[in-house]
Design a protein. Sequence first.
Lengths: 361, 417
Amino acid sequence: MALKKDFVKFDKVDKSYDGKILVVKDLQLDIEEGEFVTMLGPSGSGKTTCLMMLAGFETPTHGEIYLDGNAISSIPPHKRGIGMVFQNYALFPHMTVYENLAFPLRVRKIPKDEADKKIDKALSMVSLQGFAQRMPGQLSGGQQQRVAVARSLVFDPQLVLMDEPLGALDKNLRESMQYEIKHIHESIGVTVVYVTHDQSEALTMSNRIAVFNDGKVQQLSSPDELYEKPVNSFVAEFIGENNTFAGEVSDISGGKCKVKLANAEILANPISIKGKGEKTTVSLRPERALINPSEKMDNIHNGKIEEVIYHGDHTRVRINLLGNPEFILKVPNSSSNLDIKLGNEIKIGWNSDDARALDPK
Amino acid sequence: MSSETQKILTTDGIPLEVSLKKAERRNKIKAFLLVAPLLFFIIITYVFPIGDMLMRSVDDKMVTEMLPKTFKAMEKWDGKELPEEEVFAAFHSDFIKLVEEKREGKLSTQLNYTKNGFKSIIKKLRRKSKSFEEGNYKEQIMAVHKRWANVEYWQAIKRRAPAYTGQKYLKGMDMFKNENGEIVSVPEDRRIHRVLWLRTLEIAFFVTVFCFLMAYPIAHLLATLPMKYSNLLMICVLLPFWTSLLVRTASWMILLQQQGLVNDFFVGIGLVADDNRPEMMFNKTGSYVAMTQILLPFMVLPLYSVMKTISPSLMRAGKSLGGTPFVAFWKVYFPLTIPGIGAGCLLVFILAIGYYITPALVGGASGTLISNQIAFHMKSTLDWSFASAMGLMLLTGVLAIYWVYNKLVGIDNIKLG
């Protein structure tokens, strides 16, 4: 059976709480069956609203949401059969872990022995065998989170929604849980829609990421494409680190464009540039610029080192370059031969392909 | 590895353990001194009065002290036939002394509590005793009134001999110790206290139920509405709370009386005929309505404080896992509110069981409670020992309810705010 391309489909969905401001605008989003899609964005960007509409706790003001080809806007949440993991776990504090997991099975009238098997399986999936009789209050944050994941999967839903599930955990635990959730997703092939504001979490876990801002999906693509090829300056700024130059396009030819800065001119890759005279923001990832480049690069400029910060595996260097005092470079620590000293003038080079000329900020 | 640990010394050579204990003891004394005023206050305002009430309820020394010789002489009397001359002589001697001290009135009041009919015959005895001759007091006293020749009255006197008695408690349950020392109920037409106890329990129970039914949705709204609405609602809940109890009860009198606003409204919408206005006051209905309204905040506040802590995502989780809204409420939300329900119900029930002013004003004859009866004995009959006995019975009842509650729900499960 081929996997459905539009297992979940948001079709021109608008949402407004107060009838004045649209928090979700004309959302068009298809999610493939078995995919792990992350909705990423700053708070207030509408991503959680989208998730709540999918779960059934909010209704779209306009448009329709389809799950497996069926319109679901008029179906109440308890009939949608969607698993959900909440931000604060939302485990039932008066029930044991077993009873928490049994809840979705009991309301579905699944016989006890079958339910017990499912619960065992779900608990072993999150490596919490032997914890069935504990109360949620007796578990650590990470364990509670795993119970919440197990509970959302125990009734074999086709779709699982996760609303910033790792937000309350500390950094190490968060990272290990990211891998754990990713592995669970891979092993059972359930479709996951995940909401987070943490870009590294999104990059680690997802098949595809939908970057939200201002109620709109800015870009929907795989993590590498999102990082390497942002389509607008919001995405470039939001995902990873980013050096920018603001300027005006002075010429476009042969897949390249010239951007005139305050006191220099650089070559860039025109992404969202249509013509001469347009204002633009050129975005360049820190690791794409080299110090004293040996190979030939079509942008080479001099800058002055303003700050050197030691980061263990690499050193971050802040350079005043072409009128941008916040230009960041990442230098791997093996390149000890480089003369990185505060106040030195150095040559910085990069390829015009990596300098993406996007919409002005 | 050695299991022995060396004693750790402080710099001045005292073992650390000793030094720590000393410091801790000092802290304990300080802490005690801080709470001492409160402890003192509680002892004076709570322990003493209740202790005094307990003593008063069983104290029966008054008659014992008034008739010392009589009771001494009665020790040998078997209590079946009329006593011997010896007892009559002793009684006469005690009585003369009381008359000299002008205390025979008190005796008659006390004996009248035990058996009706003593008042008049003691008055008569006082008049006649002035002309008594020495000797053969039995004949002379019996000649004063035929009741003095009735063995039941002498038995009644003998029953007052012990310095302590539980008879007030028996009386509180419409029972008494008869001539043979058996505990029996009073005749049916004279039982008033049992009815009152049952009515008190009934009213307290239903007021609790009504309060719960009304407070639960209010508290839920308070906990879930946006701040600006919930604040307004909170003020609506608390405003009556801050109003004088008397004012509130009086306003219920205005509303509920037969020519009152509620009745006018019913007549106005044609629900009842003008000449057939229902009585909603001076009966149980009045007590129910007014007490429910007055005690409502005591239910709302504990419920609210518990509901406030329940995350709305729990209900959502319940629904997203496939529970209908009702299942999610019943299996998830409701069990989590039990500590608040317990606290609220206990609070309202205990307050209702001892409620006084409201039933006194709007309860009428059929809506008065046991506390009104206690007040009646405190103020009107001046039988303080009986009032104390009933007060203690009420207190014991409340403690028993508390104990049962602790067994069923657990007191540490309670949440008052």
